[in-house]
Design a protein around this ligand. Structure first.
Ligand SMILES: NC(=O)C1=CN([C@@H]2O[C@H](COP(=O)(O)OP(=O)(O)OC[C@H]3O[C@@H](n4cnc5c(N)ncnc54)[C@H](O)[C@@H]3O)[C@@H](O)[C@H]2O)C=CC1
Ligand SMILES: O=C([O-])CC(=O)C(=O)O
Length: 329
């Protein structure tokens, strides 16, 4: 071990994503093979026992990089000293619940968590919101953490990004490792827009290699955007290991950098780039270096893309209005 342990707070630790995520963090896949980690797990009181069970299993993994595990049912304690916060726990939509009910229920979770991050997280805190509706939950948490730089609050569209890379590779009969510069724009919802116009396959433009706008509009985009529902239908439960994998990728790249000549997709507070209203937490193409991300600038957006980006961004703006009305931001 070459450095002091990094405190990683994970909420919803006893859930299905948590179960897949914690072992990957403990094994060093989040922050690299030289960085020890201390896990700080947050759960609701009824699920603390299950989190304790997972902690026993983590102990049984004898992970050399795992420097400690603490379990909390209090957000202030869980986020104290956190360097990385993975906000996975959220209130799922249940029968008869309207979207506003869902936003309100999640406001009850992400408002106090934002306040707790503001009160006690480390100066270098980086936050990834996974729990749905992820972009707007991130906005709620961010708005209750005025002392934390706004850009430290991000939401996960990396699963969508990875899904799109895999579908494109399949279509082109190419290894996934040859697909670069793909972008997810907008909201982590069915309105998201996976954009292949700047993507490359082995250095060649991917849209030209596909050369099939019907496939793009009628198969690729809906398949990626509705993949979450496809998994639920097949598995009887929502994506868990793939979501955990994407959370690992998101933080790994943010801290350690995106590969040279490539970029990734992250939902980050808009600075107005590409006409996305400032402050909305929207997915963009981003490059990461030296622990910071920046939105890739200067991409030409064609008509096909513009309409779809605008539609997803409009949905984000509506969600922001809805949580404003509910007094959550
Ligand atoms: N952004 C993305 O790409 C994806 C997001 N998701 C979302 O991730 C979330 C978690 O998914 P799963 O792990 O499958 O759900 P799950 O229901 O298995 O686990 C959620 C856990 O969160 C806990 N929890 C609830 N309120 C909490 C609070 N206030 N503080 C701490 N913990 C709390 C619950 O006790 C439960 O253990 C869901 O909202 C899901 O929709 C899932 C897949 C992909
Ligand atoms: O669709 C869901 O409920 C879970 C999710 O966010 C995804 O798999 O992308």
């Amino acid at each position: 071990m070459t450095q002091a342990p990094v405190n990683v707070t994970v909420t919803g630790a006893a859930g299905q994503i948590g179960y897949a995520l914690l072992f990957r963090i403990a094994s060093g896949q989040l922050l690299g093979p030289d960085t020890p980690v201390k896990l700080r797990l947050l759960e609701i009181p009824q699920a603390v026992k299950a989190a304790e069970g997972t902690a026993l299993e983590l102990e049984d993994g004898a992970f050399p990089l795992l420097a400690g595990i603490d379990i909390f049912d209090d957000a202030k304690q869980a986020f104290a000293g956190a360097n990385v916060a993975l906000l996975v726990g959220a209130r799922p939509r249940t029968k008869g619940m309207e979207r506003a009910d869902l936003l309100e229920a999640n406001g009850g979770i992400f408002k106090p968590q934002g306040e707790a991050i503001n009160a006690g997280a480390a100066d270098d805190i980086r936050v990834l919101v996974v729990g749905n509706p992820a972009n707007t939950n991130a906005l709620i948490a961010q708005s209750h953490a005025p002392d934390v730089p706004a850009e430290r609050f991000t939401a996960m569209t990396r699963l969508d990004h990875n899904r799109a890379v895999a579908q494109l590779a399949k279509k082109l009969n190419a290894p996934v490792g040859e697909i670069t510069k793909l972008t997810i724009w907008g909201n982590h919802s069915a309105s998201q827009y996976p954009d292949i116009f700047h993507a490359e396959v082995g250095g060649r433009n991917a849209a030209e290699a596909v050369n099939d706008e019907k496939w793009l509009a009628e198969e690729f985009i809906p398949r990626v955007a509705k993949r979450g529902a496809e998994i639920i239908e097949a598995r009887g439960a929502s994506s868990a290991a793939s979501a955990a994998n994407a959370a690992i990728d998101h933080i790994h790249d943010w801290v350690l950098g995106t590969p040279e000549g490539d970029w990734t997709s992250m939902a980050v507070p808009s600075d107005g780039s590409y006409g996305v209203p400032e402050g909305l937490i929207s997915s963009f193409p981003v490059r990461c270096r030296d622990g910071k991300y920046e939105i890739v600038q200067g991409l030409e957006i064609n008509e096909f893309s513009r309409t779809r980006i605008d539609a997803s961004v409009a949905e984000l703006a509506e969600e922001r209005e809805a949580v404003k009305k509910l007094g959550l931001i």
